[in-house]
Ligand binder design. Structure first.
Ligand code: 5AD
Ligand code: SF4
Length: 435
């Protein structure tokens, strides 16, 4: 009898892609495939890709060419691209990358077995507004944290963003199905769940909105912490905020993409809110949710961004006091509304603006971390610390990494840790008694 065929899968981009890769592995497991960590052993090599910025696509294009160049000749090996980049360049990828066998977009994963059986280059790149992958069982990763996609797609069409074009229209899964999934996740031993969607707080299905879904999720026994990403600032409702305020399992951390701190740029981006709206939202969130940590996404160098617009972004980031930020240079994406708008900032100026924001944010994060020295945080213990022998590491409710000297705690426990030292990346300290 021949051995089970094997799949080598690399994942790029956002957490939704991590969750999608688990679905892809699930589809192929259903056909007898086992996972391997070695591309040289694999019968199928698949890269699950990102299209958000040009850099992300360049990286994958290089990697897939490299994998094609070292492909074994002593057995048939199929090499493919999945996900957003496959969708974005569906019309020419198979022509421009010789040796690529198949491409599959974010709504085509059920068709993977057919693509693997084809004896010529094949594609499944039809977006399908009905596809929610209901009924598929993902192969979840190791550890305490599981991902659960509750809605897919985006209807907002921010001018710079390729997501609505590569992931299609917004669609949510039924609440009952999601609660069943959560029970299953709890039964498998996971302690933390991250609910995912491109605009996760726009979730709505059969009259159940995001706030109600959060309350239902908190009733599932065994799950200790629930997080979600990424919400859109304009989709926050009182229902969601009161759920966050009332349910202890909902971790006090929100990733709240701002993109720019200048009204003319926010308007040009069609973000659907002003600086004043964002400030008011942060006030509502902070007054309802004690200890709330906020992170954000920022784009520098959007076409037309003046020095004054940039300074406005820098000072709003400081005023709000984000705990953490992901900052990017604008990257023109084919198919988006801003693609044809001429860029107004040179590459060195983009780099200068980006580096300044990064330095400012690093100093801000460090300051916030320093203010935590002497306090006690509750850590969900994940495993051994990387740098310190015999120490453990995990996350606090605000999603900060905490390394600590244990006094009896084990992976999976909630430990109380006294913070004694910090960097801009990590808090460290020692476990103290009590709950
Ligand atoms: N260029 C640069 N950054 C982008 N993002 C989305 N599209 C682009 C683009 N064209 C950033 C946004 C978004 C995050 C996921 O990626 O900040 O929130
Ligand atoms: Fe992209 Fe805007 Fe949709 Fe976010 S809300 S995925 S930035 S179009």
């Amino acid at each position: 009898m021949s051995a089970a065929p094997s799949l080598y899968l690399e994942t790029y981009g956002c957490q939704m892609n991590v969750a999608d890769s688990e679905l892809i592995a699930g589809v192929l497991r259903g056909r007898g495939y086992r996972s391997t960590g070695d591309p040289q052993q694999a019968d199928v090599i698949l890269l699950n890709t990102c299209a958000i910025r040009e850099h992300a696509e360049d990286k994958v294009a290089n990697r897939v060419r490299q994998l094609i160049s070292i492909r074994r000749s002593d057995k048939p090996v199929r090499i493919g691209l999945a996900g957003c980049m496959a969708q974005h360049h569906r019309d020419h990828l198979l022509d421009t990358i010789p040796g690529l066998d198949f491409i599959v977009g974010p709504d085509g994963y059920r068709r993977l077995p057919d693509l693997l059986e084809a004896d010529q280059p094949a594609a499944a790149v039809q977006l399908d507004r009905g596809e929610t992958y209901q009924g598929l069982s993902p192969v979840r990763g190791e550890g305490l944290r599981a991902w659960l996609t509750i809605m897919r797609g985006c209807d907002r069409f921010c001018t710079f963003c390729v997501v609505p074009f590569v992931r299609g229209r917004e669609r949510s899964l039924p609440a009952g199905v999601l609660i069943e999934e959560l029970r299953d996740i709890a039964a498998q031993g996971y302690k933390e769940v991250i609910l995912l969607g491109q605009t996760v707080n726009a979730y709505r299905h059969d009259g159940v909105d995001f706030g109600e879904l959060l309350r239902m999720a908190c009733q599932v026994d065994g799950i200790e912490r629930i997080r979600y990403t990424s919400p859109h600032p304009a989709d926050f409702t009182d229902s969601t905020i009161s759920a966050m305020a009332e349910c202890a399992k909902l971790a006090p951390y929100i990733h709240l993409p701002l993109q720019s701190g200048s009204d003319p740029i926010l308007e040009a981006m069609l973000r659907g809110h002003t600086v004043a709206d964002f400030r008011a939202l942060v006030e509502r969130l902070r007054s309802a949710i004690p200890g709330l940590a906020l992170s954000t996404d920022i784009i520098v160098g959007y076409p037309g961004e003046t020095e004054e617009d940039f300074e406005a972004t820098s000072s709003l980031m400081e005023e709000i006091g984000f705990d953490h930020a992901f900052m990017f240079k604008y990257s023109a994406r084919e198919g988006t509304r801003s693609f044809k708008t001429p860029e107004t900032l040179s590459e060195p100026d983009k780099v200068r603006r980006l580096e300044r924001l990064i330095a400012e944010q690093q100093a801000r994060t460090l300051r916030i971390h320093q203010s935590l020295i002497g306090s006690v945080v509750e850590v969900l213990v994940e495993g051994a610390a990387r740098r310190q022998e015999h120490w453990l590491a995990g996350k606090d409710p605000q999603y900060r990494t905490v390394c600590f000297e244990p006094a009896g705690a084990e992976p999976g426990d909630l430990a109380r840790v006294l913070i004694e030292a910090v960097t801009s990346h990590t808090l460290s300290g020692r476990q103290i008694a009590g709950v």
